[in-house]
Design a protein. Structure first.
Length: 377
């Protein structure tokens, strides 16, 4: 039995590695995907094209513009001469934010009165708009406190423009720089491993049937269980190879350090691959051609990504949809891989996710193997 499985595994590796295009899919495509997603999938807002309409034209109003530009977040590209021009720039999407400094701004500051500054943002992209408003609020609040302190205003004497009496200190744990790349890259690793493993398993089995070699395998002494093992073990190994490749790129190229146990990471990856290979095996049983297998793979893959918590928090989804996410192995692996990478959490914390994923993987792989065996018989 072991000899037959060994020969089947060798045959699968030969069949995959002798095809140049398949080698590119297995070894090069994951790295390219990680590079693209690592840079493209980000919620950081670093460059906000901004227009400043300065009706006051004083040192204080120019200081507001200077501080906005010096922050590195606001790229002041326009200085409109009227408010109608501000509205036109926002309507045409030529700026994402506009700052309106009314006449009398500096006088109000000198008198200790509330000095008004209007910040307009393009709310089409709600995330960018929220971040831009937060950045602007922080910069203006900091400037307001400095001006109030220079003029000797205390909270009791000064108006709303005075510095607050509460000293608020914030600190971000696990991701001190609040870079979305630190959060996204581990998730992209999990997604890439899923995609490559699904494609390899589903396409390889269907290809055997499409070119007629499946019938030849069925008349050999191979038993159905041996054929299933011979088909899944090579792709499990290739899945681990891809996991190592993209993890190395994530660590050494993007600088995402692994704060937890590497052994736990790869143990979890092995359990994760149980589910992924089972799903790929199931897709191969419902597909007659490689085109059908490809379409079925993406029919599962895209909803799995959307319902995993990678892009959108699961807690914000409708309750019915939240229950459906429990059948998604990517949901559990994302919690594990982000916990290991960012928090350094161990098995004592992550064991529920690992246990749920193991149970799901055993059930999915067993049902898919039974269906595959039935198709063979």
């Amino acid at each position: 039995m072991l000899e037959r499985i060994k020969n089947m595994i060798v045959k699968e590796f030969i069949q995959v590695l002798r095809d140049r295009r398949m080698k590119a899919v297995v070894f090069i495509t994951p790295i390219i995907q990680l590079m693209v997603f690592g840079y493209a999938v980000t919620t950081d807002v670093n460059t906000i094209t901004t227009a400043v309409f300065d009706s006051d034209r004083t040192y204080q109003s120019r200081e507001v513009s200077r501080r906005l530009a010096a922050s590195g977040y606001f790229d002041i590209t326009r200085h409109p001469g009227s408010f109608d021009e501000v509205q036109d720039l926002l309507d045409r999407g030529r700026v994402l934010a506009a700052v309106n400094i009314p006449a009398g701004f500096s006088k109000d500051l000198k008198k200790g009165k509330p000095a008004e500054v209007q910040v307009l943002v393009d709310g089409t992209d709600s995330n960018t708009a929220t971040v831009a408003m937060d950045y602007a609020s922080r910069i203006l609040a900091s400037y307001s406190r400095e001006v109030a302190a220079e003029r000797g205003f205390s909270p009791a004497r000064a108006g709303p423009a005075s510095p607050v009496s509460i000293d608020l200190e914030t600190r971000a744990w696990y991701n001190p720089d609040l870079k979305s790349r630190n959060y996204n890259v581990p998730g992209v690793i999990a997604i890439i491993v899923m995609l490559i493993s699904l494609l390899l398993t589903a396409m390889a089995v269907v290809r055997e049937r499409e070119i007629g070699t499946m019938e030849q395998l069925m008349v050999t002494p191979l038993r159905p269980a041996e054929l299933i093992l011979g088909k899944t073990i090579p792709f499990a190994i290739l899945g681990f190879v891809d996991m190592i490749l993209v993890t190395v790129v994530g660590v050494y190229w993007f600088g995402i350090t692994i704060k937890g146990s590497v052994a736990l990471l790869f143990l979890s990856a092995g359990v994760y691959l149980l589910s992924v290979l089972g799903i790929g095996l199931f897709i191969s049983t419902i597909s007659r051609t490689q085109q059908q297998a490809l379409m079925a793979t993406f029919l599962f893959y895209l909803p799995a990504v959307l319902l995993s918590g990678f892009m959108f928090p699961i807690e914000n989804m409708p309750e019915v949809i939240q229950w459906g996410t429990y059948l998604n192995p990517l949901r559990y692996f994302l919690v594990i891989i982000r916990g290991v990478f960012l928090k350094g959490t161990g098995l004592a914390v992550l064991w529920p996710q690992l246990l749920y994923m193991l149970a799901l993987g055993v059930v999915v792989l067993t049902l898919s193997s039974l269906r595959f065996r039935k198709r063979l018989e």
